[in-house]
Design a protein around this ligand. Sequence first.
Ligand SMILES: Cc1cc2nc3c(=O)[nH]c(=O)nc-3n(C[C@H](O)[C@H](O)[C@H](O)COP(=O)(O)OP(=O)(O)OC[C@H]3O[C@@H](n4cnc5c(N)ncnc54)[C@H](O)[C@@H]3O)c2cc1C
Length: 379
Amino acid sequence: MKTPDILIVGAGPVGMALALALKDSAHRVTLVDARERGAARRDPRVLALSHGTRLTLERLGVWSHLPATPIRHIHVSQQGGFGRTQVDEGDYGVDGLGHVVRAGDLASALDDAIAAAGIALIDGCEAHPDESLAGRVRLVREGATELLDCPLVACAEGGMRADDPAIRVRDYHQHAVICMATPAAPHGHTAYERFTPGGPVALLPCGTDFAVVHTATPARAEALLALDDAAYLAALQTAFGHRLALVAASGRARFPLQLRMRRDPVGERLVWLGNAAQTLHPVAGQGFNLALRDVWALAGRLRDAADPGDAAVLAGYLRERRVDRAGTAGFTDTLVRVFSNDLPPLRAARGLGLLALDLAPPLRHFLAKRMMFGARAWP
Ligand SMILES: Cc1cc2nc3c(=O)[nH]c(=O)nc-3n(C[C@H](O)[C@H](O)[C@H](O)COP(=O)(O)OP(=O)(O)OC[C@H]3O[C@@H](n4cnc5c(N)ncnc54)[C@H](O)[C@@H]3O)c2cc1C
């Protein structure tokens, strides 16, 4: 392979977004992915994208190709306790507080744009940075191994080893069961987040259905997956409550949930992005949104850099992204830990918190803006 200036490991949505963000730069960019091309198009997840993410995807030229359902209202409540709050798009002068897309559609739109831009993508190729020499990568393809020495390696391989000492791990002992559910009445573009002792249950408007993220203990998730569709529908309705009626549920899949934070997402001629830099609980729908803010900031620094792996360039990127990264991960982590238990004093405090949010517009606006634009969005 011809040595690129920037080698991107992983052609998931994050790696592809970085490649597209660099398409007009002078740097030669190559993407490599261990799977066959197009595998990401089958990702069953559904993503809530913030308003800021929409603006970035517009700049990348993929938004207009993406089937997206706007979220016009967000309703937050807790099972077995008082207090609820609602956020409406009218308060923020935006067309949608966020949008819901299928991760597979997002991958398709990005992959098509990569092909149209003529960016090199090598599939069926595993890449492993070699820790003994900065910028060196070992590529394994069809049984053959090749070494490359690149000015910059951007790792967007979608995961981290839990036993890596460079990683901080918090196991939530929760799994997300995802599926699609059909409401009895039109959803009115409302997204629901309901906190239950077993974990949050989110219903996101997706087309005319809801995309469900149903969090539960690992044992409960196992039991939920074993049910037939009708029995699962009843279990989902019980967990969500009777604020709205659901008439069908299908296509279940499961994801174990942990917080994994790479302490330092920048190394010598190395940068980690997306789930390879931080893997968050999906409670606030922040994983991809945060990753795209990282991608955009990094691309901004790399575009005009003579040497994209220069330590000063990477240090500048790290400084720029520190607050948002720590803030978004901390916010998500706090939300999971405060809301996922059934201790009566905490239940009452949560109720008061939700009530306070409802009665205090500045506090609600603070949260809403954070959800739309990230931790540095205030005021
Ligand atoms: C249930 C659930 C719901 C979620 N909801 C939301 C949401 O509402 N909003 C939101 O913003 N985020 C959400 N997320 C998070 C979001 O899904 C992730 O942030 C995003 O998918 C991460 O993309 P990625 O490109 O980093 O990783 P991936 O999509 O995992 O892509 C990694 C790619 O790297 C390749 N690869 C791996 N190892 C190698 C190697 N050694 N060499 C070459 N290639 C390799 C893989 O084949 C893969 O194609 C959710 C997550 C879950 C689990």
